[in-house]
Design a binder for this molecule. Structure first.
Ligand SMILES: N[C@@H](CCC(=O)N[C@@H](CS)C(=O)NCC(=O)O)C(=O)O
Length: 234
């Protein structure tokens, strides 16, 4: 009897922008995957063993090993690079050395600066409070939208330089990373980007891609149960 299960399992939740990034890379490449939910705030021992930084996502490749540390990779950037090598088409990392470097920098910038501001400054103060039955910290979220995010959006706008993609001439890991992290804000708040027209156009184009839209829809279904409408932070 053949095993019809996909090789790849994403441990985590679509509510994580980093788990959505990995799912997006798989979708863009047509690679089947499963998602297995893990409560990262109180993970079981088997998950602590495969996630030394106690973070989601972690990927398992069942074709390598079905349990234990073997066959697992922690950290979305490491996972996406591995999936690219295993499934090279369509390429999501530019071949040109400079464009590759630019793509990896934008991925890192999204995963750190943008994620810190959007996640810790907006998503968590709203969603974590609401899911505990508390009032959302809208002052903090509004301050983040007004003061912390604009300089980051300025950088992204400048790096786009009016182009369609952040690096190279097709969708890359940079575009997927920025969209997944920015959508963490969209899960809980409106994201008016009129001041940054290239970023606004990029964000709209990315949201139309199944690689971005499908994992986001899974997260949105979860979030909307606790938070029926998004906040206006302006
Ligand atoms: N650099 C990591 C970041 C992963 C990360 O921060 N994940 C969050 C969820 S979005 C997490 O696991 N947080 C657990 C915690 O804060 O204890 C990656 O790209 O995978």
């Amino acid at each position: 009897m053949s095993d019809s299960r996909p090789d790849l399992v994403i441990y985590g939740s679509p509510v994580s922008p980093f788990a959505r990034k990995v799912a997006g890379v798989c979708i863009a490449k047509g690679v089947p995957y499963e998602t297995e939910a893990v409560n990262v705030f109180d993970p079981p021992q088997w998950f602590r063993d495969i996630s030394p930084m106690k973070r989601i996502p972690v990927l398992r490749d069942r074709s390598v090993a079905e349990e234990g540390v073997a066959g697992t990779i922690a950290d979305s950037s490491a996972i996406c690079a591995m999936v690219e090598r295993k499934h090279p088409e369509p390429a999501l990392y530019p071949a040109d050395p400079m464009a590759l470097g630019e793509a990896l920098f934008i991925e890192e910038y999204a995963d750190t600066s943008l994620a810190m501001a959007g996640g810790l400054g907006i998503f968590r103060p709203i969603f974590f409070a609401v899911s505990k039955g508390q009032e959302p910290d809208l002052d903090k979220a509004r301050d983040t939208w007004a003061n912390q995010l604009p300089p980051i959006f300025d950088v992204l706008e400048a790096r786009l330089g009016g182009r369609e993609f952040f690096a190279g001439d097709s969708v890359s890991i940079a575009d997927i990373s920025v969209a997944c992290v920015l959508m963490q804000v969209s899960l809980v708040a409106e994201t008016p980007l009129g001041q940054w027209p290239a970023l606004e156009a990029h964000f709209a184009a990315m949201q139309a891609l199944p690689a971005i839209a499908e994992p986001y829809a899974a997260a949105d279904t979860i979030i909307r149960k606790a938070l029926p409408t998004r906040f206006d932070l302006t």
